[in-house]
Design a protein around this ligand. Structure first.
Ligand code: C2O
Ligand code: CU
Ligand code: CU
Length: 490
């Protein structure tokens, strides 16, 4: 005892102890800073005015069908000032115009491929016949035009379009092929919410990108996906937007290949989430954060009537493993400034957002005809890699199905199903949060998580042409984390 006391009281020990504690504290601060604090795109000055994708021109033909023409083409963009990047776009240089249609409309979409390689155009989130779905089974060769024609049968919501080219979805989307497809219905037109596109109803397509020294886009796969250290919103780098100082609706699409965002404001203000992928929630949900994975959409309403400038941000809340992946792949921890909002004097009063937005017809667990397991492993689903010649699942027309989605990996994977919108029954045995209790077509499955979803397949039987389900991390999808199902009428 005496001996120990002597040592602990010796000057050398005290010195070593103090030095060690100091170093440990410094290391802890450094780690904390790297993982949670460091803003990799700090120094944003919000110089550039936010681009708003224009609404796509529509013509109504003699049969009353709304006709849209989409040209998939090469482009050039000045993302970073004075530097030019080679890009891809729809009817333009980067991204594409917003398509808009009503429930009950019949639409024709003429997609012309002006690239030197194959492409396709998929209507993500939309309930359409398999031959019109724009998957790798509807390839458009260079110089050719493909026409999709269908009726809009689903409720209002924010859908989107992007290529689904076999093995090349990731690189084509990365260079700019994506756009919004907004659906309206009687409910969306009746309820009193901001709905003037580009004025108080603002689309935000969020994408992370890597740039080369010369300002060109750098597409690189690291850690099995592409992560960027620079954010583009609607293809705008370093953006700001001037809006009226009242309630504004944002339709947010995570159009990134792999990155997940935890979105909120720098002053931690509360806002209302009003919609999920496939339509309005039953009621608005008050929150300070929305999590959004690639492929997902979220609609929020934010009150700017205090007139203060505020920054829309993404916070580093991915957990240690993902944060480490993001950091090692793109030297960022996911902490980004996204957009500065500069409120201007309002020309009218704010909308009073109704307490009731929708009446979602819940599907009960007991009503399911079939249960299937979807086990996500390393670049496989149920142990299989995508094969265009193989049908993995056959679904009977009219059936209600529960899919038990199981993430058996240590990484996050957003699981997407074509054709239908589903409801989450539970996440690891717990009811979904209010923010996730609406129609979804993509659900983020955390490492080792077990999610049950329920959906009804009541349209578009076709025994020959499959739909897809897949991970919406585009590099995972291209690498085989995808399967095929057909809907059959027996
Ligand atoms: Cu957003 Cu199968 O796609
Ligand atoms: Cu899809
Ligand atoms: Cu994945």
């Amino acid at each position: 005892m005496l001996y120990i006391r002597k040592i602990t009281q010796s000057r050398a020990f005290k010195f070593a102890f103090v030095t060690f504690s100091l170093l440990a504290t410094l290391l802890a601060i450094l780690l904390y800073w790297i993982l949670f604090v460091r803003v990799t795109n700090a120094g944003l000055t919000f110089e550039n005015e936010l681009r708003i994708p224009p609404e796509m021109k529509v013509r109504v033909n003699e049969d009353g069908v709304k006709v849209f023409d989409l040209s998939v083409e090469h482009g050039k963009m000045e993302f970073l000032s004075g530097q030019i990047a080679e890009t891809l776009g729809v009817n333009g240089n980067y991204l594409g115009p917003t398509i808009r249609a009503n429930r009950g409309d019949r639409v024709i979409l003429n997609v012309s491929n002006y690239l030197k390689e194959d492409t396709t155009m998929h209507w993500h989130g939309m309930n359409v016949p398999a031959v019109m779905d724009g998957t790798p089974h509807q390839t458009i060769s260079p110089g050719k035009m493909w026409t999709a024609e269908y009726e809009i049968t689903q409720e209002s919501g924010t859908m989107w379009y992007h290529p689904h080219t076999h093995g090349k979805t990731a690189v084509q989307v990365y260079h700019g092929l994506a756009g919004l497809f907004i659906l309206d219905d009687e409910n969306s037109k009746r309820i009193d919410i901001p709905d003037t596109y580009g004025d108080d109803d603002i689309p935000l397509i969020i994408q992370d990108r890597l740039f080369n020294e010369d300002g060109s886009l750098n597409y690189e796969i690291r850690r099995n996906a592409s992560y960027g250290d620079t954010i583009l919103v609607n293809g705008t780098y370093d953006p700001h937007v001037s809006l009226e100082a009242r309630k504004i609706r944002f339709r947010i699409l995570n159009g990134s290949n792999a990155r997940i965002y935890w979105i909120g404001f720098d002053d931690e203000r509360e806002f209302q989430q009003i919609a999920t992928d496939g339509g309005f929630l039953d009621s608005p949900v008050d929150t300070t954060r929305v999590r959004i994975a690639p492929g997902e959409r979220v609609e929020i309403v934010v009150d700017f009537s205090d007139g203060k400038d505020v920054i829309l941000k993404s916070f580093p809340e991915a957990g240690l493993l993902e944060t480490y992946s993001s950091w090692s792949a793109a030297t960022t921890n996911g902490h980004f400034d996204l957009l500065e909002i500069r409120p201007q004097p309002a020309s009218r009063n704010s909308h009073v957002i109704p307490k009731r937005l929708n009446r979602i017809a819940r599907l009960e667990r007991g009503s399911a005809d079939v249960e299937r397991t979807m086990a996500m492993g390393g670049m496989v689903i149920n142990g299989k890699s995508m094969n265009m010649g193989r049908i993995d699942e056959r679904i009977r027309l009219g059936d209600t199905e529960i899919w038990k989605i199981r993430n058996q990996t240590g990484r996050m994977h957003p699981f997407h199903v074509h054709l239908v919108q589903f409801l989450i029954l539970d996440r690891n045995g717990r009811k979904p949060s209010a923010q996730e209790s609406g129609w979804k077509d993509t659900v983020l499955v955390m490492p080792e998580e077990r999610i049950d979803v329920i959906m009804k397949f009541d349209q578009h039987a076709d025994p020959d042409v499959p739909y897809m389900y897949h991970c919406h991390i585009l590099e995972h999808e291209d690498n085989g984390m995808m399967g095929q199902f057909v809907v059959v009428d027996e």
